[in-house]
Design a protein around this ligand. Structure first.
Ligand SMILES: Cc1cc2nc3c(=O)[nH]c(=O)nc-3n(C[C@H](O)[C@H](O)[C@H](O)COP(=O)(O)OP(=O)(O)OC[C@H]3O[C@@H](n4cnc5c(N)ncnc54)[C@H](O)[C@@H]3O)c2cc1C
Length: 361
C-alpha cells in the first residue's frame, strides 16, 4: 500500500494531524499499535461497566480546548459532569476552584471514535522502522495481535510520528541520514508514569451519600487523584450499575512500582492509601483492574509545537510532549504537524479546527 501521509499513533495528536490533511485531499493512513482509537483517551469495560482509565475529564481551559469542548458538547459527545471538584488538604476535604468538568458519558474514548469517523486506520500494528527510499518512506510494521499479520509494510511520501517522544526515539535514531544533535530534543523529553486502579463495589458496599466526584490529593505521596467514575453516566447513558472508583497513583509511586510483577500489594496499598482520604469502605472492592501507564504525563517537554526532522523525505514528530498542557498541547501539536507536513508537500489550504469539528457533525 502506498499513501501520501502515514500518521503513526491514533491518539489525540495523531487524529488532529490526520483530520485536516485528509480534508485537504491527501491520502492518509493512521497506524495504531493498540486495538482502538484514542491512546490515553482510554475507556475500559470492567464487569460490563464502562469506565475511564486515561483522561479523567476536560475543562474549557486553553484556546483550542475550549472550542473543542464546546463543539463536542453540541454534538452530544460531552456533558458537564461537575461544576467544581474537591481537594484534600491538611485542613480536610474542601471544594477546589470552580471550573466545569466535562466527560463523555459513554466513556472518554468516544471522543476519539467521533473524530476518527471516515479516517483509514490499521489497528494492532506497531511501526518498528522507517527506511528512506527514492520516492518516500517504507514503514515496517509488527503485528501486535494475531489476525493482524498483513500487510506489514506501507509506503508513504511523508510520515508524522504522533507518539510519546521516548517511543519515537528508537524509530528515528537508527536513520542513517539523521545528525544526532537534531534528535537531541526527543532524547531530552521525559514522562511521569501513573498506575491507574479501577475498583468496583457492591451497591451496599458504599455510603449512601458520597460527597465528592473528583478528589485531588496533592499532599499524598502515593495517590494523586480519586474519581467516582460511576457518576459520569447519565440516565440515558448509564456507566455502571455498581459504584466504581478510579484511583491514580502519584508519579513517584508509579515510578517505584511500574514494573512490579506481583500487583496484589500495589493494589492493596492504593486502596488503603485512598481509604485514608474517603473512608474504609474503599478498601473492600469486589473487582479491581490495574493499568500501568509508562508514559502518562510529560515532565520535561519540548518548547515548540512539533519537531521537524531534516530527513530526505518529510518526517515530523508531535504529541503532548511538545508543551505542558496535556490535551490542549496534543491538539495544538497535531495541528502544527499537519501544517508543517503540508508546507513540505503540496501546500493545500488546511481547514482550521473549528471548521473540521463542524464538518464532522
Ligand atoms: C491516567 C491519566 C489521566 C489523564 N488525565 C488527564 C486530564 O484529566 N486532563 C488532561 O488534559 N490530560 C490528561 N491526561 C493526559 C492526556 O491523556 C494526554 O496528554 C493526551 O491524551 C496525549 O495524547 P497524544 O496523542 O499526544 O498521545 P497518546 O494518547 O499516548 O497517543 C499515542 C498513540 O500512539 C500509539 N503508539 C505508540 N507507539 C506506536 C508505534 N510504534 N506504532 C503505532 N502506534 C504507536 C499508542 O498506542 C497511542 O494510541 C491523562 C493521562 C493519563 C495516563
Amino acid at each position: 500500500m502506498r499513501v501520501d501521509i502515514a500518521v503513526v499513533g491514533a491518539g489525540l495528536a495523531g487524529l488532529m494531524a490526520a483530520l485536516p490533511l485528509e480534508a485537504a485531499g491527501y491520502s492518509v493512513l493512521l497506524l495504531e499499535k493498540s486495538r482502538g482509537l484514542g491512546g490515553r483517551l482510554a475507556s475500559y469495560r470492567l464487569n460490563g461497566s464502562r469506565c475511564d482509565r486515561g483522561v479523567r475529564y476536560l475543562t474549557e481551559e486553553g484556546r483550542l480546548l475550549s472550542g473543542f469542548v464546546r463543539s463536542l458538547c453540541q454534538r452530544g459527545v460531552l456533558e458537564p459532569w461537575i461544576e467544581q471538584g474537591h481537594i484534600d488538604t491538611p485542613e480536610g476535604i474542601g471544594l477546589d476552584s470552580p471550573r466545569t468538568h466535562y466527560v463523555a458519558p459513554q466513556g472518554m474514548s468516544q471522543i476519539a471514535k467521533e473524530l476518527g469517523q471516515g479516517l483509514t486506520v490499521w489497528y494492532s500494528r506497531r511501526v518498528q522502522t522507517l527506511t528512506a527510499e527514492s520516492e518516500g518512506w517504507r514503514l515496517a510494521l509488527e503485528a501486535v495481535k494475531e489476525g493482524s499479520e498483513s500487510p506489514l509494510e506501507v509506503r508513504a511520501k511523508a510520515v508524522i510520528l504522533a507518539i510519546p517522544a521516548p517511543q519515537a526515539l528508537p524509530i528515528v535514531e537508527t536513520l542513517p541520514e539523521i545528525p544526532p544533535e537534531t534528535i537531541a530534543p526527543l532524547a531530552a523529553v521525559t514522562y511521569d508514569p501513573c498506575l491507574t486502579l479501577l475498583a468496583q463495589y457492591p451497591q451496599n458496599g458504599v455510603p449512601a451519600e458520597i460527597p465528592w466526584r473528583s478528589l485531588e490529593c496533592p499532599n499524598d505521596p502515593d495517590v494523586s487523584w480519586l474519581g467516582l467514575d460511576s457518576s459520569k453516566g447519565t440516565p440515558s447513558q448509564p456507566r455502571s450499575d455498581r459504584p466504581l472508583v478510579v484511583i491514580n497513583s502519584s508519579p513517584e509511586f508509579g515510578r517505584s512500582h511500574i514494573d512490579d510483577e506481583d500487583v496484589t500489594p500495589v493494589i492493596e496499598h492504593l486502596l488503603n492509601q485512598g481509604a485514608a482520604h474517603v473512608g474504609d469502605w474503599l478498601k473492600t472492592p469486589e473487582t479491581t483492574h490495574l493499568h500501568r501507564w509508562r508514559y502518562a504525563f510529560p515532565r520535561h517537554t519540548w518548547s515548540q509545537d512539533s519537531l521537524v526532522l531534516p530527513t530526505p523525505h518529510p518526517l515530523i514528530c508531535c504529541g503532548d510532549w511538545c508543551g505542558s498542557h496535556q490535551v490542549e498541547t496534543a491538539l495544538r501539536s497535531g495541528l502544527a504537524a499537519a501544517s508543517a507536513i503540508n508546507a513540505q508537500l503540496q501546500q493545500h489550504p488546511l481547514p482550521p479546527l473549528s471548521q473540521l469539528m463542524n464538518s464532522q457533525s
